[in-house]
Ligand binder design. Structure first.
Ligand SMILES: CC(C)(COP(=O)(O)OP(=O)(O)OC[C@H]1O[C@@H](n2cnc3c(N)ncnc32)[C@H](O)[C@@H]1OP(=O)(O)O)[C@@H](O)C(=O)NCCC(=O)NCCS
Length: 162
């Protein structure tokens, strides 16, 4: 395991937090006319990738997406806000939590429509996993999320198909 980022000892979750806002267009719809789940997954993966790359300051690839919940439909015309934060790091792996919120721009009503956990692995210039900075846990929420994520990561690795 290489450690190109060894100069940066640790970073807090707030340093890599990301928010992406996108408007849903008719071209994002499924045949029933609401937004296609795969389109939302693309944005979840993208915003989580921004967080992973901000934290690791390297290339980072998706290795797992789990607990993806589509809680409510997203409609064409909605403004979708995707919030992502890092919960946990091990050596090269990072768990990113994403929350998607749809806004009806006319009424101003915002609804949480989806949640997911995405695991990224940081890669060095040779495409090999590399050590990322540790997480500086600054708040009670950071500490709680870290402990919960560690449990999820252990389960994820147990269930991993090689
Ligand atoms: C990332 C990749 C190089 C890792 O290869 P690997 O042989 O699994 O490497 P390792 O077993 O050494 O694992 C490296 C890290 O990945 C983690 N990891 C690998 N698969 C994982 C999974 N499904 N879930 C969670 N973590 C995983 C390991 O736990 C390890 O983490 P650590 O360094 O923090 O301990 C390889 O899985 C890969 O290239 N995957 C394709 C990624 C990609 O292209 N994604 C884009 C979409 S196709």
């Amino acid at each position: 395991m290489s450690s190109e980022n060894s100069k940066i000892q640790e970073k807090s979750p707030s340093e890599s937090h990301a928010e992406v806002i996108v408007r849903m267009f008719p071209s994002d719809a499924n045949p029933a006319g609401n937004v296609f789940g795969g389109e939302i997954l693309k944005h979840i993966d993208m915003v989580a990738g921004i967080v992973a790359q901000r934290h690791s300051q390297s290339n980072a690839v998706t290795v797992s997406m789990d607990s993806v919940n589509f809680l409510k439909p997203v409609f064409v015309g909605n403004v979708l806000t995707l919030n992502a934060r890092i919960n946990y790091v091990h050596n090269s792996s990072m768990e990113i939590e994403v929350k998607a919120e749809a806004e009806d721009i006319v009424t101003g009503i915002r609804t949480v429509t989806g949640t997911a956990f995405v695991t990224f692995v940081a890669l060095n210039k040779n495409g090999k996993p590399m050590t990322v900075p540790k997480l500086a846990l600054k708040t009670d929420d950071d500490r709680l999320k870290f402990e919960e994520a560690k449990i999820r990561m252990d389960i994820r690795l147990k269930n991993r198909q090689k």
